[in-house]
Write a protein that binds this ligand. Structure first.
Ligand code: SER
Length: 861
C-alpha cells in the first residue's frame, strides 16, 4: 500500500468515527514561545486539551507534518544510525477533546490496525504505563491481547509535548519485524534494535504540568494519538527500514544522482534524503537559516546534510537540487511546498555557497586534530574553533567524531562559548560605560508612560564608575533616582534626554541606560552641586520623546505591514528607534522591490490616516497569547506582559515595553528611506516619520530642484533628461576614443619619416601621446609604413609608462620584439614581454623613458 493511500485510509477511517479532518498545521507552532517546532500531531491542539480554546468539534483527525530536531523532542543525532528515526516525518493522529477516553481510543486503534489494515495480531505488542490498571484491563479483557505480548513500562509510557503543558500516561503499539532483525521487545535490554518498532502511541491526556513540575488535572480527560506514517508504511510495504518505503525510494535515487554515490544503501544518502525533507518544509513554513533559535536548528540540519554530501564527494551545490524530487513526492499532499519552491531553492543554495567556502578547510583541521589526538576525544577549544571560524555546529563535529570513534568535549566547548558571550557582553556594555556597583540601590520606579516630569530623590551618584556623594558644576557622571520619567534604552528604543534640577541646581541628562532594573542617567552638571539624598524635579525633553514615540509606533506598523506584503517568515531580528529615524532588521531572503517598498509605506500610512487609538494593556502571558500578540521564539517573558495593539482590526499586536503615540495619526507620515542586506537572509530598512519625514522629503526636493535648474528642465522631467544626458555622454566618450585612435595613427605615419638607420635596419624609437590600444595600432601602422624595420614607442599616462615594440617579420631572426621590450622596460622600473614581432610592457618610472628608447639604438648598433 502506497503512503498516500495509507494517509487517506487513516483519515477516512476516523471521519467515519465522527472525527473532523483538519489540515496539517505549519511546522512553526502558532504563537508559542515554549515550543521549537511542531513535533507531534497534538501541538496545534494544545490549547484545546487545556480547555483554553473551544472548537466546533470535539473529535479531530490529522496527518501532521512534524520536525524533531532541537528542542525537547530531538532525533537529529539518530538520523542515519537507525532505520526509523527522522528529522521530518508525518504523524497520523486522532484526537478527543473531552469526548471519548481510553476505551474508545484503544478500540479504534486496534480495529484500524487489525481489521482495516489486516495486520496479524500476533505481530503486535502492547505496552501501558505501570500505574495504568484500567488500560491493562481494557487491553487484556476487552480486546483480548495475549499477556505474552504485553508489558508495563514507566517513563516510556508517559508523554508530554514540552516541559509545561498537557501530558499523561500512554499506551503504545509495537510491530514485530521478525526474528531476522536484531532487537528485543519493549522493556527488554536490547529494545533499541530495529526488530520491535513502536508504530502507535495513544496518550491519555490527563494533566497540565506547570513550571514547578506539578501535574494539575485537566478539566476534561482527552485523547492524543500519534502514528508515524513512515513506520506504518514500512510494515505495510514489507520492508524493515523506513528508508525503503515508496516515499524515500525516489528521493534516495535523486540524492544518488546529485552526489554521484551509486551505493543506494549508503548511510549518507539516507541522511541527505531525510534532511532535505525537514529543511525544505521548514523553509516553506517560513524559517530561514540563521545563528539563533529555529533558524539555527535549520542551519545545523542543512550543514549536516552538506557534510554528508561532501563525504560522498558531491559537488558544492547538490542539496538545493533535490527540492524538485521532493516536490514530485510530496507536493500533492503539501501544496505549500510547491508554492514556496523558489524560496526554498534559493535559501538552500545560498547556504550551500556560504558553507561550501569553509567546509573543506574545517574538515582538514578536524582530521588533523583526530590524527594528532592522544585520546579519543576532541577538545573543546577545537570544537569551538570549528564553530567560530569554519561554521561547524557542535553536533556536526560530534557526528564526524562519532564516525571515527571519537567524542567531543562538550563542557569545554560550552566554556569557550561562554567566554565568547562574556566578551560580547563586555563589548556591548561599552556604551553605558563600566558597570557600577548598584547592590545598595532598589529598582528604579519608572513613571515615564504617564508623565514626563515629577519629583524624585537622588539615590546614588557615580564619577568614572566610582560612587561619590556629590558632583559639582562642570563635572559629568551618572545618577540614580528613586523614581524617574526617563526611559532607559531597551527594546531598541533609545534612552531619553532632558533635565534634572531644583532652585540651586541644573543638570543635563544626555542619555539613560538600564543596569538590571535600575535607570542610570548620564549627566552633565551645569549649575550648583548635586548631592545624594537631594530632592529634585525631573523633566524629559518632550519634543524628543514625541519624535521617538512616532518612530517606535511606526516600527510596529511597519513590522505588521512587512509581514502582510512579504510573508509570515518576516521576523524581527533587530530594531533601533531614535528621534531622527527608525531602523528595523528582519528575516527575508532578497532585496525588496520598489513596488514592495511602496506597498509597505502605503499600508502603514493607511493605518496612520485611520487614526485609531493605540491601546496598552498589562495582562498575563496566557491572555496575551489569546489576544494574538506577536511573540519572539526563545524570548523570556515575565508572568505579566505589556501588550500594545494599534491600527484597524488590531493591525499590529505586539508585546512591548516602549513608549508610544496615543493615536496612530500622531505619527503623521511614514517613509522608508533605505533598504539593504546586512547578513545572509537579513534585510534592514530605515524609515522616518512626521517632521523627520518632511525634512527628508524637502531635502530630496531641493536636490531635485538643483538638478532641474542645472539641466534647465522642470523637476518632473529631470530624470528623463539625466538618462538622455548620460547616454549622450557615453556616445561622446566613444567618439572621442575613436578620434584619438585616428590621430594616433596619423601621428604614427608622421613618425615613419623620422626613422633612423642603424646597421642597415630602419628604427623608429619615440615617445608618443597614446594609450593601450592606440599604441599598438601605431606600432602596426609604422611597421606597414617602414616595410622592414624596428619600432619602439613609449607613452606616459599620468606617471604610468606604456612601452610597445614591433619588428617586421623579415627581421625577427636578428632582433625580437619581446627581448627589446624586456630590456627597455628595466629602464622604467617595469616588466613585460611578448612575441618576436610584437611585445608590450608597463613601467612606473617616466623619467627612464629616454634611456628605454636608447636601448633600441644600442641593441641594433
Ligand atoms: N503526542 C504523542 C506522540 O507524539 C501521541 O501523538 O507520540
Amino acid at each position: 500500500m502506497k503512503s498516500a493511500e495509507i494517509r487517506r485510509r487513516f483519515l477516512d477511517y476516523f471521519v467515519t468515527k465522527g472525527h473532523t479532518e483538519v489540515e496539517s498545521a505549519s511546522l512553526i507552532p502558532h504563537n508559542d514561545p515554549t515550543l521549537m517546532f511542531t513535533a507531534a500531531g497534538m501541538v496545534p491542539f494544545k490549547d484545546c486539551f487545556l480547555g483554553a480554546e473551544k472548537r466546533a468539534y470535539t473529535r479531530a483527525t490529522t496527518a501532521q507534518r512534524c520536525v524533531r530536531a532541537g528542542g525537547k523532542h530531538n532525533d537529529l543525532e539518530n538520523v542515519g544510525y537507525t532505520a526509523r528515526h527522522h528529522t521530518f516525518f508525518e504523524m497520523l493522529g486522532n484526537f478527543s477533546f473531552g469526548d471519548y477516553f481510553k476505551r474508545e481510543a484503544i478500540q479504534f486503534a486496534w480495529e484500524f490496525l487489525t481489521k482495516e489494515l489486516g495486520l496479524p495480531e500476533e505481530k503486535l505488542w502492547v505496552t501501558v504505563h505501570i500505574s495504568d490498571d484500567e488500560a491493562e484491563r481494557i487491553w487484556k479483557e476487552e480486546i483480548g491481547v495475549s499477556p505474552e505480548r504485553f508489558s508495563k513500562l514507566d517513563e516510556d509510557n508517559f508523554w508530554s509535548a514540552g516541559d509545561v503543558g498537557p501530558c499523561g500516561p500512554s499506551t503504545e503499539i509495537f510491530y514485530d519485524h521478525g526474528a531476522d532483525v536484531a532487537g528485543g521487545p519493549p522493556g527488554s535490554p536490547d529494545e533499541d534494535g530495529d526488530r520491535y518498532i513502536e508504530i502507535w502511541n495513544l496518550v491519555f491526556m490527563q494533566y497540565d504540568r506547570d513550571e514547578a513540575g506539578n501535574k494539575n488535572p485537566l478539566p476534561n480527560p482527552s485523547i492524543d494519538t500519534g502514528m508515524g506514517l513512515e513506520r506504518l508504511a514500512a510494515v505495510l510495504q514489507n520492508v524493515h527500514s523506513n528508508y525503503e518505503i515508496d516515499l524515500f525510494v525516489n528521493l534516495i535515487k535523486a540524492a544518488s544522482e546529485v552526489t554521484g554515490c551509486t551505493d543506494l544503501e549508503n548511510r549518507s544518502l539516507r541522511v541527505i534524503a531525510d534532511h532535505i525533507r525537514s529543511c525544505a518544509f521548514l523553509i516553506a513554513d517560513g524559517v530561514l537559516p540563521s545563528n539563533e533559535g529555529r533558524g539555527y536548528v535549520l542551519r545545523r540540519i542543512i550543514r549536516r546534510a552538506l557534510r554528508h554530501g561532501n563525504k560522498l564527494g558531491a559537488p558544492a551545490i547538490f542539496f538545493s537540487k533535490l527540492v524538485d524530487a521532493l516536490i514530485a513526492e510530496m507536493g500533492e499532499a503539501y501544496p505549500v511546498l510547491k508554492e514556496q519552491r523558489d524560496n526554498v531553492v534559493r535559501a538552500l543554495h545560498a547556504e550551500e555557497e556560504q558553507f561550501g567556502r569553509t567546509l573543506a578547510n574545517g574538515m582538514k583541521l578536524l582530521e588533523a586534530e583526530m590524527q594528532a589526538a592522544e585520546g579519543k576525544q576532541i577538545d573543546g577549544e577545537t570544537v569551538f574553533k570549528l564553530y567560530d571560524t569554519y561554521g561547524f555546529p557542535a553536533d556536526l563535529t560530534a557526528d564526524v567524531a562519532r564516525e571515527n570513534g571519537f567524542s567531543i568535549d562538550e563542557a569545554g566547548f560550552e566554556a569557550a562559548m561562554d567566554e565568547q558571550r562574556q566578551r560580547a557582553r563586555e563589548a556591548s556594555n561599552f556604551k553605558a560605560g563600566a558597570k557600577v556597583d548598584l547592590s545598595a540601590a532598589d529598582a528604579t520606579k519608572f513613571d515615564g508612560y504617564d508623565t514626563l516630569s515629577q519629583q524624585a530623590k537622588v539615590v546614588a551618584l557615580f564619577k568614572e564608575g566610582a560612587a561619590v556623594e556629590s558632583l559639582a558644576a562642570g563635572e559629568a557622571g551618572r545618577l540614580v533616582l528613586d523614581q524617574t520619567p526617563f526611559y532607559a534604552e531597551s527594546g531598541g528604543q533609545c534612552g531619553d534626554t532632558g533635565f534634572i534640577f531644583d532652585e540651586a541646581n541644573n543638570v543635563r541628562v544626555t542619555d539613560c541606560q538600564k543596569q538590571g532594573d535600575i535607570h542610570l542617567h548620564s549627566i552633565e552638571v551645569l549649575k550648583g552641586d548635586i548631592k545624594v539624598g537631594q530632592a529634585v524635579s525631573t523633566s524629559v525633553d518632550a519634543d524628543e520623546r514625541e519624535a521617538i514615540a512616532r518612530h517606535h509606533s511606526a516600527t510596529h506598523l511597519a513590522h505588521a505591514a512587512l509581514r502582510q506584503i512579504l510573508g509570515a517568515h518576516v521576523e524581527q531580528k533587530g530594531s533601533m528607534v531614535t528621534a531622527d529615524r527608525l531602523r528595523f532588521d528582519f528575516a527575508h531572503n532578497e532585496a525588496m522591490t520598489v513596488e514592495q517598498i511602496e506597498a509597505v509605506e502605503a499600508l502603514v500610512n493607511q493605518q496612520i490616516v485611520a487614526n485609531g487609538e493605540v491601546s496598552t494593556k498589562l495582562m498575563s502571558m496566557d491572555e496575551a497569547k489569546e489576544s494574538g500578540a506577536m511573540m519572539l521564539f526563545g524570548e523570556k517573558y515575565g508572568d505579566e506582559v505589556r501588550v500594545l495593539a494599534m491600527g484597524e482590526d488590531r493591525f499590529s499586536v505586539e508585546l512591548c515595553g516602549g513608549t508610544h503615540v496615543k493615536r496612530t495619526g500622531d505619527i503623521g507620515y511614514f517613509r522608508i528611506i533605505s533598504e539593504g542586506g546586512i547578513a545572509a537572509g537579513i534585510r534592514r530598512i530605515e524609515a522616518v516619520t512626521g517632521p523627520a519625514a518632511a525634512t527628508y522629503i524637502n531635502d530630496n526636493r531641493r536636490a531635485l530642484n538643483t538638478i532641474g535648474a542645472t539641466l534647465k528642465a522642470a523637476p518632473e522631467m529631470a530624470a528623463e533628461k539625466v538618462v538622455a544626458l548620460t547616454k549622450k555622454t557615453r556616445e561622446l566618450e566613444k567618439q572621442l576614443e575613436q578620434l584619438q585612435q585616428k590621430l594616433a595613427a596619423s601621428a604614427g605615419a608622421d613618425l615613419a619619416s623620422s626613422a633612423q638607420e642603424i646597421n642597415g635596419i630602419k628604427l623608429v624609437a619615440a615617445k608618443v601621446e597614446a594609450q593601450g590600444g592606440a599604441l599598438r595600432d601605431m606600432v602596426d601602422q609604422l611597421k606597414d609604413k617602414l616595410g622592414s624595420g624596428v619600432v619602439l614607442l613609449a607613452a606616459d599616462n599620468d606617471g604610468k609608462v606604456s612601452l610597445a615594440a614591433g619588428v617586421t617579420k623579415d627581421l625577427i631572426g636578428k632582433i625580437k620584439a619581446g627581448d627589446l621590450v624586456k630590456q627597455a622596460a628595466e629602464k622604467v622600473d617595469g616588466r613585460g614581454g611578448g612575441k618576436p614581432d610584437f611585445a608590450q610592457a608597463g613601467g612606473k618610472n617616466p623619467t627612464g623613458i629616454d634611456d628605454a628608447l636608447q636601448v633600441a639604438v644600442s641593441l641594433l648598433s
